[in-house]
Design a protein around this ligand. Structure first.
Ligand SMILES: Nc1ncnc2c1ncn2[C@@H]1O[C@H](COP(=O)(O)OS(=O)(=O)O)[C@@H](OP(=O)(O)O)[C@H]1O
Length: 203
């Protein structure tokens, strides 16, 4: 990580940090004061999104339904499948709390990031001790993309939406499988709400 000068913040984004066992110790050894931001969304939708991304690269993979279960008849979920494993947020968070206090971690709601991007980014700016420079005026809803996008900024003639690999259409998943996954995640979600002091409403 490059050093920051006074008045600067160095930021780095790596989605896999949150689930990487060695990451908290390494980051803490680099700087105990590092502020951490984690974007979390409903783990069931997250698993389907993850699967959609893999499917776009490898169209021949088995169905979501068949990858979900170790045993479809007994309903035993395959927790070794990364798409499922990553969504057990409480378990990953436990590992971070061995090295960082909870108030040094901001949990951003993936759902609110879509529904109210300015509100969620307001929380991010507050957490980082920044003036709220990004506000509602910076966003518009792009009907074609189906997501909020950034408005043109001063000096730039272009508005900006996230790329084609963000906001893909998800395949239809068997509702019984979705229900079973909801049951599976419920206790982990409850624990996560308790640990963070925030109900993300994924039920
Ligand atoms: N404004 C805007 N535009 C497009 N997409 C948006 C936006 N805000 C949040 N999202 C959601 O971001 C999801 C993709 O992010 P990822 O977590 O997969 O990104 S990362 O690759 O892990 O960095 C992506 O998931 P999918 O919908 O499953 O593609 C989106 O739901």
């Amino acid at each position: 990580m490059p050093r920051s000068l006074d008045g600067q913040i160095t930021m780095e984004k790596t989605p896999s940090y949150f689930i990487t066992k060695e990451a908290p110790a390494r980051i803490s050894a680099m700087s105990k004061d590092t502020k951490l931001i984690v974007v979390v969304r409903d783990p069931v939708t997250r698993a389907i999104s993850d699967y959609t991304q893999t499917l776009s690269k490898c169209p021949d993979i088995p169905t979501f339904e068949s990858l979900t279960f170790k045993n479809r008849t007994t309903g035993l979920i395959d927790t070794s499948w990364s798409a499922i494993q990553i969504g057990i947020y409480a378990k990953h968070l436990e590992n971070w709390l061995l090295y960082f206090p909870i108030n040094q971690i901001l949990f951003v709601s993936g759902e609110r990031l879509i529904g109210d991007p300015a509100g969620e980014l307001g929380r991010v700016q507050d957490f980082l001790g920044l003036k709220r420079v990004i506000t509602k005026k910076n966003f518009y809803f792009n009907k074609t993309k189906g997501f909020p996008c950034l408005k043109k900024s001063e000096g730039s003639s272009k508005s900006h939406c996230l790329g084609k690999n963000k906001g893909r259409t998800h395949p239809n998943i068997n509702q019984e499988v979705v229900q079973r996954l909801r049951e599976f995640y419920r206790p982990f979600n409850m624990k996560f709400y308790q640990m963070t002091g925030h109900d993300f409403g994924w039920d």
